[in-house]
Design a binder for this molecule. Structure first.
Ligand code: GLN
Length: 533
């Protein structure tokens, strides 16, 4: 008998049904019952990781503490579970093929023809098991990206079929998530797309154990009965997942639908008392009953696709709930901000956050935003490129270094206040080569950041190539834009704060990656407090 139990989550009918949220919610419930759980995402695209993907393609790139550039669903896993994920939690087809091809070049296959079955599927199964090596977890939940029937996801589905056969149904189950559309004209919920997508799964040799039906309206029991009959699934294993106003409501819904109990029963694991989810429910209560309200501008260049800033918007939800404050995030396109309209664009906001990013598009709008916030005593939070823009602005308008810039934007600038890190200068490959993952930072005691963290030593996650240019350290410090957080090994500047301002903090790292429901990030918490005033 296997020590670790496996739960696979597949999707049918359409993409974007929320497999990540269902997986994270189930994991949360199992965790609350005392099981150790981890979640893994298998992505069927050929990129080795999403690090080189444009955010318009795939939303935000999430960075783990161990420096992996991963799918944004891993962010949901961490926000729900409050446990860090790692490189092993996200696997792509590109990574699978890369290791199979490397083995082939080394001669590891001893003259055999290398094929999808068994070589690619063996590598997929190895990766699935790798995440729980050393029996670290009781249960591994693996989400398969894409939709059943996609050509790309076939090797993953085949690997699940093999695992189910090898490990037995008591150790390996499949949850299939589908959509049940509602037709207002006839007042009916339609089950045909679900039937078809289960058929598709059956063709690949997989009988789903549990069906989760996404729906806009509550499902009549007859609908569930019909789905159970047509799809060979027990009636009580057909679960309704009704649209809700916040993703954080889903675990509570799944608890009342008994998804966790059904999973445990199918895996032959003990089911004790229902977990009270006290902290989680308190979070939801505060979220839904705010005493304050603020309008925060999120200035970035990918604002047409809010998924590009997923972790930031979720961090606002966590810190908003903590402060009993409704945070209304207004997405502002940095390309639309000009010297003429900046006052108009930012008028009435209680604070601004200048977002991370790469390249020159929209950069001047971000710099103007930093200037406006500095001059108008408006709470300002600059993340990564956001900090770099505040540095450029201060150099140009306070230190009078005309044309100051980052060498990312203008490599011939006379005043390179932001410059390429030394170790980046010889790097040619773009994938996985930035300064990535957790690095230490020492914070000065007399600072807003110390007030937020309540300690002098922190570790935060990074994803950048450029840094504050040390040459200008004293000029900035003497004039009041003070480096208050420094990496103890490399001396890189990690945090800067504007003296005499209500709340003006720029960070080179990404605090948004480590904010969770149970532990909202302290800088977001303090930023929202400054916005409340
Ligand atoms: N483009 C900047 C750099 O590479 C900022 C990166 C970011 O905002 N994540 O340093």
């Amino acid at each position: 008998m296997a020590d670790v139990k496996y739960v696979f989550v597949t999707g049918g009918v359409t993409s974007s049904l929320g497999k990540g949220i269902i997986s994270a919610s189930l994991a949360k419930l199992l965790q609350a019952r005392g099981y150790s759980v981890t979640i893994q995402k298998l992505d069927p695209y050929i990129n080795v990781d999403p690090g080189t993907l444009n955010p318009y393609e795939h939303g935000e790139c999430y960075v783990t503490l161990d420096g992996a550039e991963t799918d944004l669903d891993l962010g949901h896993y961490e926000r729900f579970l409050n446990v860090p994920t790692s490189q092993a939690n996200n696997v792509t087809t590109g990574r699978i093929y890369q290791s199979v091809i490397n083995k082939e070049r080394k001669g590891d296959y001893l003259g055999k023809t290398v094929q999808v079955i068994p070589h690619i599927t063996d590598e997929i199964k190895r990766r699935i098991k790798l995440v729980s090596s050393g029996n670290k977890y009781d249960i591994v939940i693996t989400e398969i990206g894409g939709t059943v029937g996609d050509i790309e996801s076939l090797p993953y589905i085949e690997s699940v079929r093999q695992l189910k056969w090898e490990l037995g149904t008591q150790n390996c189950i499949v949850i299939h998530l589908t959509l049940v559309p509602y037709l207002p004209a006839t007042g009916e919920s339609k089950t045909k797309p679900t039937q078809h997508s289960v058929k598709e799964l059956l063709q690949t040799g997989i009988q789903p154990d549990i069906l989760v039906l996404r729906t806009q309206v509550p499902l009549h029991v007859d609908v569930k009965k019909k789905v159970a009959l047509f799809c060979n699934v027990e009636e009580n294993a057909v679960i309704e997942s009704l649209d809700v106003s916040t993703i954080y409501e889903v675990p509570v819904r799944m608890l009342s639908e008994k998804l966790d109990q059904i999973v445990l029963r199918k895996l032959g694991m003990p089911i004790d008392q229902e977990p009270p989810l006290t902290e989680w429910r308190e979070f939801l209560k505060r979220l839904k009953n705010p005493k304050h309200s603020v309008r925060v501008g999120l200035v970035g260049k990918y604002v047409e696709l809010p998924d590009a800033y997923k972790s930031i918007s979720e961090s606002f939800i966590h810190s908003g709930s903590y402060n009993e404050c409704a945070v209304h995030v207004e997405y502002i396109h940095s390309e639309d901000i000009t010297e003429q309209n900046v006052n108009e664009k930012l008028k009435g906001l209680n604070g601004v956050l200048v977002a991370p990013g790469f390249g020159s598009r929209g950069i001047e709008g971000k710099i103007l935003t930093a200037k406006y916030a500095r001059e108008n005593n408006l709470p300002f939070f600059g993340i990564c490129l956001g900090l770099q823009c505040a540095v450029i602005e201060f150099a140009r308008n306070v230190l009078n270094l005309e044309g100051a810039n980052s060498t990312e934007i203008d490599h011939k600038t006379k005043y390179p206040v932001i410059d390429l890190m030394e170790e980046q200068k010889s790097i040619i490959d773009k994938g996985g080569t930035m300064r990535l993952g957790g690095y230490k930072c020492i914070i000065s005691k007399n600072s807003l950041s110390y007030e937020a963290y309540g300690k002098t030593e922190i570790i935060e996650r990074h994803r950048h190539r450029y840094e504050f240019n040390d040459k200008y350290f004293d000029d900035f410090r003497k004039n009041g834009f003070i480096p208050v957080g420094i990496n103890p090994e490399s001396n890189l500047v990690e945090i800067m704060e504007l003296a005499g301002h209500k709340w003006f903090v720029g960070v080179q790292f990404h605090p948004e990656y480590s904010s969770t429901v149970i532990k909202p990030h302290p800088l977001f918490v303090k930023f929202i407090q400054a916005c409340i005033g």
